[in-house]
Design a protein around this ligand. Sequence first.
Ligand code: ZN
Length: 383
Amino acid sequence: MEKLVEYFRAQSDAMTALLQQLVMLESPTTHKAAVDRLGAFLAEQARGLGAEVSLVRQERVGDHVVAHWGRGDGQVLFLCHMDTVWEVGTLATRPLRLADGRLYGPGAYDMKGGIAIALSALGGLRALDRWPALPITLLITTDEERGSRTSRELIETEARRSRLVLCMEPALSNGALKTQRKGTALFRVTAWGRAAHAGADHEKGINAIEELAHQVLALQRMTDYHNGTTVSVGRIEGGTRSNVVPDKAWAWVDLRVSTRAEGERMNRAIHNLQPVLPGARLEISGGLNRLPMERNELMVQTFAWAQSVAARIGFTLREGATGGGSDANFTAALNIPTLDGLGAVGDGAHAVNEHVLLASLPERTALVAALLLAAHEFNWDRG
Ligand SMILES: [Zn+2]
């Protein structure tokens, strides 16, 4: 196992070159032709490593790429997305740049670095003639940055066949894995009152904006930083003109939770809001769209195992939490052992300073290779 780090360090230049190629093929979620060009390149790379590759055709977004090495239950699943938040042409104004041991470029960190690591790990094990005994699937989707609407089912289908999911999203700043991600929910709260002339019949009106104001305060008060629960009223609208008592006003509400139970409790609490003004009415729609990735017993065991594998190649692996979601939320919610944040170390996801620390590429690749070699021995205690 120790030899892995040495081997991949010697491959550093090839890894940097591969990442450069991936960044040069710009791939915003919204540009199907561009994403498909990158998809064709990745499919070719996987075929070169002996995979059986298929494309899952899409009309509006790029085709998802699925590469299989062997078939059957108990596979290891690599979860990657090739789409970025950067439009085609970004490179013209912000060219790829190598400086101070970093590679700067759109999508380098989120998450082309992760794709380069996955491919390099597989390539290295093949070159070393140490191919793992388990079936492996590499899934590279094309719409993660837009909520994974067309890929979610594919992700869940492959996850159900897997003993372990390796999500190649970027690492946290110190190389830590992400063992906790919040769940997200969106609600619309509509208050109904009764319209009336604001001067002549003020007392006959029921002011929907006044009613909504009570609800906004009640919603904001539900925030509990200690539990990791946040409620934010992000947008409100209502009324028609100043001389009319408004009969309708509404608000959009963002909810984030750390556990599924808390998500359910908050969902009930929000749907249970009661009007304050006599005669007013509330209408509430919405709910959870991504379940939280919880740091539950399964996650603790999976991470502890990863930590022990990392120790065998001389690494200390840390963990951390994030408020954002990823496709790992889906696989963890199915109770499939999931490791997230195995991608590159760097900074600036979705920001102009996006970059990868080049020294992290061989180290992360060695870690991923070690996890693949050890995956057959990972059995979590379902009791
Ligand atoms: Zn990402």
